[in-house]
Unconditional design. Structure first.
Length: 366
């Protein structure tokens, strides 16, 4: 029954199409000189065209219906595999594209040749409709992230009356491992954002043939697993990518700008580039230097001289936090624990260095 109805509809559409094409041919391309009254001449042309296309559509109706069913089933099957978010964003992009196409094609209505303006209008509508869908689907991850981020901020404002800025982790800070201890103490609030391209870089490092790189990569993956399993802080994996950007550091800065977040790193060069681009950065090394005990010239301490220094007669020692101490005249005390007095402190972007000299032994009282 449905098949007969569909064939009837196609026949009617073929009849209407035939009349339309006959009208275009009669008024634009051809000049018919039929010896009939003008009032009947057009009617005969339209009727012949309509009947001809109706017969043609009826004969091909079965194949057309089968093709339409196959196409519909294929589209339905593909749509079932597409997430509903992609469908919604794609539909929204299509609407925006059609609106832009309408604004562009509005002046074409003044063109005298209707078929020319019709063809150009159809092409523009198809082009901008496709672009709207394509751009919408390609940017669906970014749109979803922004929507979820705004929703999260709104919930936090209602509950805690404060916002939590996303923290984007780079490869160096994950491999370093101190980010786990800092998050555990509660000094960094989430959510922690781990981009997919950072995970890919960690995976490549973990698969490296170089033993040192392989161990560093595996350490980074272990740190991520510990953060996800042992900490209450929310962790989000950002699945998107910036295909037009090659370097991972540039992608990190772009992502931080996109989600209005901060980059967590211990890379000095990335820190400087981020400052230049106006991206907020949390540098683990700067935090470590800030919480180190303050040492002033004249203070005394006990250290173990580990090795020779670069200059003649110098020895090198280290504090528990890793701060290097250059002991003037400490070469002869290598391997010994001696008392030293601080002479000066050099603070640099890379860290802190302390200069000291051995304490003079007290004269024995006779």
């Amino acid at each position: 029954m449905l098949n007969k109805i569909a064939r009837g509809i196609l026949t009617v559409l073929g009849f209407a199409l035939g009349i339309g094409i006959s009208w275009i041919v009669n008024n634009t391309f051809l000049k018919f000189n039929i010896q009939l009254m003008p009032i009947y001449q057009d009617m005969i042309i339209y009727l012949c065209g309509g009947v001809g296309f109706a017969i043609f559509a009826y004969l091909l109706s079965n194949k057309i219906i089968d093709s339409m069913v196959n196409v519909t089933n294929s589209i339905e099957h593909r749509l079932q595999q597409v997430p509903i978010g992609d469908v919604i964003v794609g539909a929204f992009g299509l609407i925006i594209g059609l609106i832009i196409a309408y604004l562009i094609t509005s002046p074409l209505s003044q063109v005298k040749l209707a078929w020319v303006s019709g063809v150009i209008t159809a092409v523009i509508y198809l082009l901008f409709g496709y672009l709207g869908i394509s751009i919408g689907i390609k940017r669906v991850d970014e749109i979803n992230w922004i929507v979820n981020l705004k929703k999260t901020h709104k919930d936090i404002e209602l509950e805690d009356k404060k916002e939590s800025i996303p923290k984007v982790l780079d490869t160096s800070v994950i491999i370093d491992g101190r980010i786990f201890d800092i998050c555990k103490t509660g000094f960094i609030e989430g959510p922690l954002v781990i981009p997919n391209f950072v995970l890919e870089e960690l995976r490549h490092i973990a698969d490296s043939s170089d033993t040192l790189k392989r161990n560093r990569g595996r350490r980074g993956l272990d740190v991520l697993n510990r953060i996800q399993k042992e900490l209450d802080i929310p962790v989000k994996i950002w699945e998107g990518d910036f295909e037009d950007i090659a370097e991972v550091d540039s992608k990190l800065l772009k992502l931080a700008q996109l989600i209005d977040g901060k980059v967590v790193t211990n890379d000095y060069n990335l820190n400087k580039v981020a400052e230049f681009q106006g991206v907020s950065v949390l540098n683990i090394n700067e935090l470590a230097n800030a919480v180190k005990p303050v040492v002033l010239p004249g203070e005394e301490m006990s250290v173990q001289v580990i090795k020779d220094g670069k200059e003649m007669g110098q020895g090198v020692a280290y504090l528990d936090d890793g701060t290097m101490i250059v002991v003037d005249g400490g070469k002869k005390h290598v391997g010994e624990t001696i008392g030293v007095m601080v002479t000066s402190v050099l603070q640099t972007a890379a860290g802190r260095m302390i200069f000291a000299k051995p304490k003079q032994p007290m004269d024995k009282v006779v």
